[in-house]
Write a protein that binds this ligand. Structure first.
Ligand code: GTP
Length: 477
């Protein structure tokens, strides 16, 4: 398309704003705001199907006043009519009609809760095996995880056995660099002897957590009941033997992530759309700022590619804002660019500090439950910030101890389930869907430089085979 004939493009060109604050001033303002404001944290909720994740979150939202009485009653009536009365609390999160019919959570729903010191964004991940990819997109944005296990007789065991999702979810979040964990030992109301059941679950999970690379001092176990509201906000007389934190105080004690606003801007796009209102016309893009600050009037480079655009408007929490910083989820309206140059997975950066574009890199990965082991030269798909790229597992460098990262074996021939390994990954630069169509390099950074830009997943035939972090960029585009 000829860009200059696009009416949106022309209209947008007319009122291109200029940045209002010099960089030093802007950083000073961001620093003041971030230090005084409530700290944000992304929490992914994980656990085996039916462990009670949605019920627990619904009840917690209600107790914290985030869900009003009318919404609760409407949900309760709705679920009773549908013959699923016991699901009433879960309706706060499980929203779509299909979810109501099936009684399972299918997509990532996002909601906030406020603890005394944190504003927590809940990323609710479904427990159904079919929906593991959704759970992954939540986990790849998480700063901490809340694992819900079912303490009722035999249920914990069902979730923790090989086919259950408890292990897989834990291994996955750890592989993505999450180290803080709260474990809700849920449905404690159904346990026959609550104290010994709680102790049994703690002592079964602990060795597995250590083996998976978690440090027990950064893990809090909390016995509770989502449905009865036991030990969520206040200490409960139902658990006289327990003297640890309530769920709320365990969540409040989580360490908020650093918000690397002094690093160059990295905004990986999770959505690209055409703005419909007069204010928000032109091209809209949204995503979570991985690092840096963006200000209205900034010119930004779009990578991969050679295009740039100017920020006309920033929307955050349904309001317009003069700037937004690392950690915030934002929508930007852009001028001076055509929509064809923006993809889900594109990264917006300052023109003078573009994100590296890698063709090969090393990563530390954890291999999931696989039918076929991973061999050197295997073709897989790299999944990074909603972008899917064909890659080759070009070298298997070493297998590692999951708890200590020490090398167990150099140059292994294959990688099998549960193994942690260092590997080299190379983009397949041949054609993809047609003649002449080249694979674009991936905008990547190491996990040490930029956590959000350094988490990866590997998939094969629609199945996630490994997750991990980028350790070194080898060949740059
Ligand atoms: N007794 C008891 N039952 C509970 C408790 N929490 C949840 N349940 C019941 O457990 C079942 C599953 O609860 P959900 O909240 O839908 O579970 P989930 O983990 O979100 O399930 P998915 O979204 O399908 O992964 C429902 O029948 C709930 O009513 C609890 O604390 N005590």
């Amino acid at each position: 398309m000829n860009i200059s004939s696009d009416p949106d493009y022309l209209a947008a060109e007319i009122d291109i704003p200029r940045p209002s604050l010099a960089r030093e001033k802007l950083l000073e303002e961001v620093r003041r705001k971030l230090e005084t404001g409530q700290k944000g944290l992304n929490l992914v909720i994980i656990g085996h199907v039916d462990a009670g994740k949605s019920t627990l979150m619904g009840r917690l939202l209600y107790e914290l006043g985030e869900l009003d009485e009318k919404a609760r009653r409407d949900n309760e009536r709705g679920s009773e009519r549908a013959g699923k009365a016991s699901f009433k609390w879960a309706w706060a999160l499980d929203e779509s009609a299909e979810e109501r019919e099936r009684g399972v959570t299918m997509d990532i729903a996002t909601t906030h809760i406020r603890t005394p010191s944190l504003l927590i964004t809940l990323l609710d991940a479904p427990g159904h095996a079919d929906f593991v990819p959704n759970m992954i997109s939540g986990a790849s944005q998480a700063d901490a995880a809340l694992l819900v296990v079912d303490a009722s007789p035999n249920s914990f065991e069902a979730g923790f056995e090989r086919a259950g999702q408890t292990r897989e979810h834990l291994v996955l979040v750890r592989a993505l660099g999450v180290s803080q964990l709260v474990i809700a030992v849920n449905k404690i109301d159904l346990a026959i002897d609550a104290e010994s059941r709680y102790n049994e679950i703690v002592s079964t999970l602990s060795p597995f957590l250590v083996q998976s690379g978690f440090q027990l001092p950064r893990v809090a176990f909390v016995p509770l009941s989502g449905i009865e509201g036991i030990n969520l906000i206040d200490k409960s007389s139902a658990l006289p033997w327990y003297d640890g934190p309530t769920l709320l105080s365990a969540l409040d004690a989580l360490k908020p992530p650093a918000r690397p606003y002094t690093l160059p801007l990295r905004l990986p796009l999770s959505n690209v759309f055409r703005g419909q209102t007069a204010m928000a016309s032109g091209i809209g893009v949204s995503g979570r700022i991985a690092s840096g600050v963006v200000q209205v009037g900034d010119r930004l480079r779009i990578l991969p590619g050679d295009e740039s655009a100017v920020v006309r408007l920033i929307e955050q929490d349904d309001d317009s804002a003069p700037w937004a910083a690392a950690g915030s989820t934002v929508t930007l309206y852009l001028a001076g660019v055509d929509q064809i140059h923006l993809d889900i997975g594109s990264v917006l950066c300052p023109p003078d500090a573009p994100v590296p574009l890698a063709l090969a890199f090393t990563a530390q990965i954890i291999v999931f439950d696989l039918q076929l082991p991973l061999t050197q030269g295997a073709s897989v798909e790299l999944f990074h910030h909603s972008r899917d790229v064909p890659v080759t597992l070009s070298k298997l460098l070493a297998t590692l101890d999951r708890a200590t990262n020490a090398v167990v074996k150099r140059d292994p021939r294959v990688l099998t389930k549960g193994q942690s390994a260092r590997v080299q990954i190379t983009l397949r630069t041949g054609t993809i869907s047609g003649p002449g169509e080249r694979v674009a390099p991936v905008p990547l950074e190491t996990f040490t430089v930029n956590k959000d830009m350094g988490r990866i997943l590997l998939r094969r035939g629609g199945e996630t085979v490994a997750a991990g972090i980028v350790t070194e960029l080898l060949t740059l585009a």
